[in-house]
Design a binder for this molecule. Structure first.
Ligand SMILES: [Zn+2]
Length: 303
């Protein structure tokens, strides 16, 4: 790290009024790191469960770039245009405690210089609604067999989401998986069933008539396409660089594991399979295991 690029200086810059980034939706913050290198964040006060676009822009091509947020490596991709712009996504898990999230960036220039800088992202309370429900015990307490199955599947999904495919499969903007349907806005909702706290709602629901086409939000590889206990008929896409999207409660599945699908490819039909009260799509996103609002993909990575 270059000493002239201390983190106090950057924090002072970040505290000043934000600099607008080129491109839509990126009203962010920026700061110099020395040697013509600049660090830009789409937000330095992201709420729990949101995505942050981290941009590093160099005056010349970089021969190496490393960044870490809370000890976790960020995975950059390089844009053809503008030149020397590198971007990565940072996911703030929906249950991460509000407070400071340190970010460190280190680059290497062709000439051997190694500029770098640090920023402190301030995670805000997501202000998620709390839902208290009283249900007959049999709906809340699973049989030993169902519990065993649900736990096995949860473990499998955890392992799947922990894998980082090094190749970025997506290009361009993300789209919503169902056309002309409003999201329920229930991402992150905390649930208490019969006074027992349950996992918060990790996705966005799109209620709609059974049979409505559900399409891929972007290009990706099908890494799961089968029936699961909680989410019924489920498709998971691996978009690369640690990013996954999840489509649950489908009436039917139209793709097979291993296939690379394009943005807009039919994945299946909206349905009510799994543990649901009515037909809807449960759409979720994971970024390096963090549970983030999938709608941020559409807002932050437009065409
Ligand atoms: Zn849901």
């Amino acid at each position: 790290m270059k000493s002239g690029c201390g983190w106090l200086r950057l924090v002072a810059l970040l505290a000043a009024s934000g600099v607008l980034l080129p491109g839509p939706s990126l009203a962010g913050e920026s700061g110099p790191c020395g040697e013509g290198l600049e660090l830009r964040l789409s937000s330095r006060q992201p709420a729990q469960g949101s995505l942050v676009v981290v941009e590093v822009v160099g005056a010349s091509p970089l021969s190496a770039l490393r960044a870490e947020a809370s000890g976790q490596a960020l995975h950059f991709w390089q844009d053809a245009n503008p030149e020397n712009r590198y971007r990565a996504l940072l996911g703030v898990d929906l249950e991460r405690q509000p407070g400071g999230l340190p970010l460190a960036v280190e680059a290497e220039l062709a000439g051997g210089a190694r500029p770098g800088c640090r920023a402190l992202v301030s995670v805000q309370d997501g202000r998620f609604a709390l839902e208290r429900l009283e249900l007959p015990r049999r709906f809340v307490e699973l049989s030993a067999r169902d519990l065993e199955r649900a736990e096995r599947e949860a473990q499998r999904l955890r392992e799947l989401f922990a894998r980082v495919s090094p190749e970025r499969l997506w290009a361009g903007g993300f789209r919503l998986p169902v056309e002309d349907r409003e999201a329920a806005g229930n991402f992150g909702r905390r649930r208490v069933l019969n006074n027992q706290p349950r996992s918060p709602h990790s996705g966005e629901d799109f209620p709609g008539p059974a049979g409505t086409p559900v399409v891929a939000a972007q290009r990706g590889r099908v890494v799961l396409a089968e029936e699961l206990f909680f989410s019924g008929n489920t498709v998971v896409l691996d978009h690369g660089l640690g990013l996954y999207t999840f489509y649950g409660h489908l009436e039917s599945i139209a793709v097979e594991p291993g296939r690379v699908v394009e943005a807009g490819t039919l994945l299946g039909r909206l349905g009510a399979t799994g543990r649901v009260s009515g037909p809807h799509l449960h759409w979720a996103a994971r970024l390096n295991r963090a549970r983030v609002n999938p709608r941020d993909l559409v807002a932050l990575l437009p065409d």
